[in-house]
Design a binder for this molecule. Structure first.
Ligand SMILES: Nc1nc2c(c(=O)[nH]1)N[C@H]1C(S)=C(S)[C@@H](COP(=O)(O)OP(=O)(O)OC[C@H]3O[C@@H](n4cnc5c(=O)[nH]c(N)nc54)[C@H](O)[C@@H]3O)O[C@H]1N2
Ligand SMILES: Nc1nc2c(c(=O)[nH]1)N[C@H]1C(S)=C(S)[C@@H](COP(=O)(O)OP(=O)(O)OC[C@H]3O[C@@H](n4cnc5c(=O)[nH]c(N)nc54)[C@H](O)[C@@H]3O)O[C@H]1N2
Ligand code: SF4
Ligand SMILES: [Mo]
Length: 770
């Protein structure tokens, strides 16, 4: 896996964990003062998926990985202060703190917050589900309800499986309609495709067309044949009107997937009221443009509609996510090459004969304070603070936070911070002492990415090509470090009341459980064999690797423990360090379906029941004066809240500024470089103004993940130019009701100039919170 290029430096392969593109990196490892570290990174030209592509973040992997402000040793709170401690002391403190709260017999008192990087680590895929189970709490909160939960809900209802998410077949499509995504900066999301920009250029080179619907003229929009600057939040009516046009003009042609669709006529009825003229005000798009968008989509040989953050973290997130798939289905593009297809990852459940399933249930329970329905086992991240600070039986008194920074990523961080400060116990698994982890009683730092293994359990199931790649840690763990798998397994043991058990016993238990079920399953290739014998056949250096081997071998391309000697195993993957290509996406209907009817249920009840709200929105928007609304933006050289401490990624256009259209700037008295006060329901923040016509009039844009001005953090580079926390403008009440997802885009704000001439580097005052 690594080749020697000299005595002191060597190269090794490492899949980049910094965004969903999952590029293969070739890193240089050098030894200095007896310690190895990464000194350079470039794209791995032989990687089966990324073929040498790397973006500026990946190219700076050495700096991200080597950040000297990453924590190396655990921190434990003693006499109010977080101090370095040994791992044994730290786990003893967790066992005591967590055990103390759990000993009262009510698991609701412990909440979990799981943040985004969990989908970028091996440990984050393998252990959190066990941790949730071990704690036994209904109080699970994750970044999904700040992100893609609407897509899970719409796919859960459409296909019966919230994880059956179709992705645009990027390399074979002739027409791509992007709704609220900026993959040229984000690297792509819910669509794993290294070098997304190059793939978009290739689409246009082969004569295809790219249309982007976005209130901002983004770098993606600049690459498009057509850019439609929608009014934020207006996509549900816009896409509904496109559906209307398809029916009105006889353009509905579901194609091969048609025989698996039910509810088409019901969709036609729902869309009847949404003629282009009826929605034009609400979405700010001319009726004729809407007709053209629908006709182009229908006329294209192979087309795909693809939506992301601007389609999910909005008032009608679930409706919009559903409409994306409805448009693909009605135009015959669902599940066909060049359309929107279901990937089949190497660790997925092996395909089985199609059969009706149990479907997707919503609201099996409700949150204590806000009465929010459970979605996919979770409550809204926006409701975490109230579950801690509202008194009463079942109150959350302890928090396990893994790879999350909800103080910045969720609405109303000021309230959440006050709540966290009052917890009986909090543990953070995080490499940084930041806005959230500074409230913990124990901080457990995972090793640097270079010292962690990598396999994309989540993103392989969302990739534009089926493939599998695994990279082992590039540098061995130091004596003072613990793998993130061990850290999380030990948390599982602490929550199970067995803090001193061997962490690998957690993996052994999963292996035993999975194999026992497999040998009893007539459809499994190992049916009738001995589970113990099979367990002994697993290879791998540790429990996590053995579990990967298990999943690969029982998976769709697996060797079935000998049933298919050419099939996939961990050993085989290790023999192919640049990955194994498993071919282009293939049609998978009806095998993916788990709905009770065994069809794609195109018009699910809960979705239909939300349409009256959309009708009301049309009239409300017409009557409501156009108050400025705020949308976010991402910068290529950043990632949510945690990359501002890397000097090489700072500066240039990567700044926390308010983008304002020239017309609005003139009307509001704002000047380029001047300071603006932005006020929302949750508080006010001040940010420097950048006047630009890249935003649509009536829309301002402020990026998220900033606000590094708190005391007690250890991210001095980030704190030197902290920016402000956009989510302080929200009070946490604005949610997409079906998914519990926070409305982070398209919410109303008030903006006023701040008169005093302020130097642009001056930190904004602490946000005034409710
Ligand atoms: N206004 C607004 N708010 C948003 C968004 C938006 O577009 N606009 N986007 C939302 C989205 S899409 C998301 S996904 C969320 C993200 O929300 P979060 O997941 O809460 O935030 P992140 O900034 O991704 O960082 C999570 C934490 O993980 C830590 N971390 C980094 N690497 C590792 C690792 O390997 N292991 C562990 N254990 N920890 C690690 C970081 O130090 C950081 O503290 O934010 C959401 N918030
Ligand atoms: N460089 C970088 N890469 C990242 C991240 C990062 O922070 N930085 N974060 C990662 C994460 S966690 C995620 S989830 C992905 C997100 O990946 P993307 O969704 O591709 O990223 P965004 O830049 O948030 O793009 C959302 C777009 O929606 C637009 N928008 C806002 N409101 C609306 C609306 O009402 N309608 C429409 N049509 N558009 C709207 C915004 O202007 C923005 O351009 O990126 C991932 N990759
Ligand atoms: S595009 Fe994403 S995965 Fe690829 S190098 Fe950049 S940050 Fe890493
Ligand atoms: Mo995200």
């Amino acid at each position: 896996m690594s080749e020697s290029v000299g005595t002191r430096a060597r190269t090794a392969l490492r899949i980049c964990p910094l965004c969903e593109a999952t590029c293969g990196l070739s890193v240089t490892v050098a030894e200095e003062d007896g310690r190895e570290r990464i000194t350079a990174a470039r794209g791995d030209r032989d990687d089966v998926l990324s073929r040498g592509y790397v973006c500026p973040k990946g190219a700076l992997f050495a700096e991200v990985d080597g950040d000297p402000h990453r924590l190396v040793r655990p921190l434990v709170r003693r006499d109010g202060d977080l101090r370095e401690a040994s791992w044994e002391e730290a786990f003893a403190a967790v066992a005591e703190g967590l055990g103390g709260v759990l000993a009262d017999g009510d698991p609701r008192a412990v909440a979990l917050f799981l943040g985004n990087p969990n989908v970028h680590t091996v440990a984050g895929a393998l252990y959190p589900p066990l941790l949730v189970k071990a704690v036994g709490t209904p109080n699970l909160f994750t970044a999904s309800t700040l992100d893609q939960m609407p897509k899970h809900v719409s796919c859960g209802l459409l296909y019966g499986d919230p994880l059956a998410i179709p992705v645009p077949d990027l390399d074979r499509t002739d027409h791509l309609l992007i709704v609220g995504a900026n993959p040229v900066e984000s690297g792509g999301s819910l669509c794993t495709a290294p070098d997304f920009p190059g793939r978009l250029r290739a689409l246009r080179r082969r004569g295809g067309t790219l249309t982007v619907i976005d209130p901002r003229r983004t770098r993606t929009a600049r690459q498009a044949d057509r850019h439609v600057a929608v009014r934020p939040g207006g996509d549900a009516p816009l896409l509904m009107a496109m559906v209307h046009v398809l029916f009105a003009e006889g353009l509905v042609e579901p194609g091969a997937a048609g025989k698996h669709l039910s509810g088409v006529a019901d969709v036609a009825r729902l869309a009847a009221d949404f003629a282009p003229e009826a929605v034009a005000d609400a979405c700010g798009v001319e009726p004729e443009t809407i007709r053209v968008l629908a006709r182009e989509l229908a006329a294209a040989e192979r087309a795909a509609v693809y939506g992301r953050i601007g389609s999910t973290t909005v008032e009608f997130g679930t409706l919009t996510s559903w409409l994306v798939d409805v448009l693909n289905a009605l135009t015959g593009n669902l599940d066909r090459p060049g359309g929107a297809m279901f990937p089949l990852s190497a660790t997925a459940r092996a395909p089985r004969p199609p059969a009706p399933g149990r479907g997707f249930a919503l609201g099996r329970r409700h949150s204590r304070v806000g009465g929010h329905p459970e979605v996919k086992g979770e409550f809204p991240a926006a409701a975490l603070a109230e579950e801690i600070d509202a008194p009463g039986e079942g109150r959350v008194r302890a928090l396990i936070c893994v790879a999350g920074n909800p103080v910045l990523s969720a609405p109303n961080g000021a309230r959440l911070e006050r709540a966290l400060a009052g917890l009986d116990f909090m543990v953070s698994v995080d490499p940084y002492l930041n806005e959230t982890s500074r409230h913990a009683h124990v901080v457990l730092p995972p090793p640097r990415p270079s010292r962690s293994p990598h396999f994309d359990f989540s993103f392989n199931a969302l990739a534009v090509r089926n493939q599998a790649r695994y990279t082992r840690p590039v540098i061995p763990l130091g004596a003072e470090e613990r793998s993130e798998s061990e850290i999380l397994a030990r948390l599982v043991l602490c929550a199970s009341g067995a803090p001193d058990a061997d962490p690998e016993s957690v993996d052994a238990m999963v292996v035993e459980h999975t194999l026992s079920a497999a040998v009893a399953d007539p459809l499994s290739p190992v049916h009738g064999r001995d589970a113990g014998d099979l367990a002994r056949l697993l290879t791998g250096e540790n429990g996590a690797e053995r579990r990967l081997d298990l999943m690969l071998r029982l998976g769709p391309y697996g060797d079935g423990f000998g049933a298919d000697p050419d099939g996939l195993t961990l050993a085989k993957l290790l023999e192919h360090p640049h990955g194994i290509d498993l071919g282009p996406l293939r049609p998978r209907l009806p095998e993916v379906l788990r709905t009770p009817s065994g069809t794609v249920e195109l018009c699910p009840g809960p979705i239909a029941a939300d349409v009256p709200r959309l009708r009301r929105f049309l009239t409300e928007r017409r009557e409501r004066p156009a108050a400025p609304v705020l949308v976010g933006r991402r910068h290529l050289r950043s990632n949510n809240s945690w990359m501002h401490n890397v000097p090489g990624l700072r500066g240039g256009s990567n700044r926390c500024t308010l983008h304002v259209h020239p017309e609005d700037a003139a009307r509001l008295g704002l000047t380029d470089g001047g300071l603006a006060e932005i006020r929302g329901d949750g508080g006010a923040v001040r940010a420097p103004v950048e006047v630009t016509d890249a935003v649509r009039p009536g829309v301002v844009s402020l990026p998220h993940g900033w606000g590094h001005d708190r005391p007690g953090t250890r991210t001095p580079v980030a704190s030197a130019d902290p920016g402000v926390n956009v989510n302080q403008l929200l009070d946490g009440r604005l949610l997409d009701p079906l998914s519990g997802t926070a409305v982070l885009n398209g919410f109303p704000v008030e903006i006023a100039p701040v008169p005093a001439p302020a130097p642009s580097a001056s930190p904004a005052p602490a946000p005034s919170a409710v």
